[in-house]
Design a protein. Structure first.
Length: 337
């Protein structure tokens, strides 16, 4: 779901080159879902190889991460572990939404409505075990470190930042900030533009840094109070209070100090407030030292070209980027996958 904290935070657009020589921990599930949602054919179908196996996630990892490596960034991928019990309801809601979207996708295809079909197809995205296994194999071949967090990947990213194992954390969701991340980047692995829904218009997408300390200073609240604002709004672990968005939640917490007093003022209750808050302030994490290795060029060629029938010319040019980051490869379109 992600917490809609954007209106409260100080952001600064950057050029990707500004992150050169920086170690960046990236929320793995976040980017894999991103790739599976966005790297699709016109009617919404995923990219597949000649045997019908999905390749959208592998295309995203291999080609989009190469842009980071080419610019001197050292990515580290962190995957979610076992979800907290409080997330069970949200996961079930997501499952039901995907089933509904699949029905609407099929109806749109039958009606010849490719625009609606693509939009609905993006909402059906699933990440299965085979995709995850192949993604980790590809990362091993690329020499990019990855780690299975004990629970929430965003919490693990924040911990890697706190322990100075990496310089930045990256995700599309703001939840990472609630887990304690200070140096936070969004839009890092997106393509440089995206299409507006139901419009023949494209908008530019650029990386942006969230200045967490400055944001909290300007908001005149602490991280703990920002967590309380989010709980009032609704998180992955609770539905929140109807009618409370970021601005109203901020106003309440600034005026009354915390979520308890804010709820008392408006006559509402969140029975497990302390449990929800504790998931953000004391999350389950493990120690991990990322190690970057030399890419296995022949292994990458065999895996992508022989096993999955990727375009060999493009693969070889991109392998050159990984093995010699200063080189520049030409830009490709979706038709090259």
């Amino acid at each position: 779901m992600g917490i809609k904290l954007g209106p409260l935070l100080e952001t600064r657009p950057i050029k990707i080159e500004e992150l050169s020589n920086q170690k960046v921990a990236i929320d793995g599930y976040n980017i894999l879902y991103q790739f599976l949602s966005s790297i699709r054919q016109a009617d919404g179908n995923l990219l597949t190889d000649t045997e019908g196996r999905v390749t959208s996630h592998l295309s995203g990892l291999f080609f989009r991460l190469s842009n980071l490596v080419e610019n001197g960034i050292k990515p580290c991928i962190v995957f979610d572990g076992k979800p907290p019990k409080l997330k069970k309801k949200l996961l079930e809601e997501r499952r039901l939404r995907k089933i509904k979207a699949e029905i609407e996708w099929e109806a749109a295809i039958s009606a010849g409505d490719t625009e609606t079909a693509r939009t609905k197809a993006q909402q059906t995205t699933r990440l299965d075990r085979e995709m995850l296994v192949d993604s980790k194999k590809l990362l091993d071949l690329l020499g990019i470190p990855w780690f299975d967090a004990p629970s929430e990947g965003e919490a693990q990213v924040a911990y890697l930042l706190e322990t100075s194992k990496v310089d930045y954390g990256a995700s599309q969701d703001f939840d990472t900030i609630l887990f304690g991340a200070k140096n936070f980047v969004r839009n890092l692995t997106l393509s440089n533009r995206r299409k507006l829904p139901k419009q023949n218009k494209w908008v530019a997408v650029t990386p942006e840094i969230i200045d967490v300390d400055l944001s909290l200073e300007n908001l005149e609240i602490t991280r703990e109070q920002l967590v309380d604002v989010s709980i009032l709004m609704g998180t992955d672990f609770n539905p929140g209070i109807d009618g409370i968005g970021p601005k109203k939640g901020l106003k309440l917490v600034r005026e009354y100090g915390n979520a308890e007093k804010s709820l008392e003022k408006i006559g509402k209750k969140i029975g497990n407030l302390d449990e929800i808050r504790d998931l953000f302030l004391n999350p389950s994490v493990d120690d991990f030292d990322p190690v970057w290795n030399v890419p296995d060029g022949s292994g990458l060629e065999n895996f992508l070209c022989s096993d999955y029938r990727f375009n060999r010319d493009r693969v070889m040019k991109t392998i050159e980027i990984y093995t010699n980051p200063k080189s520049k490869a030409r830009q490709y379109t979706l038709g090259d996958f």
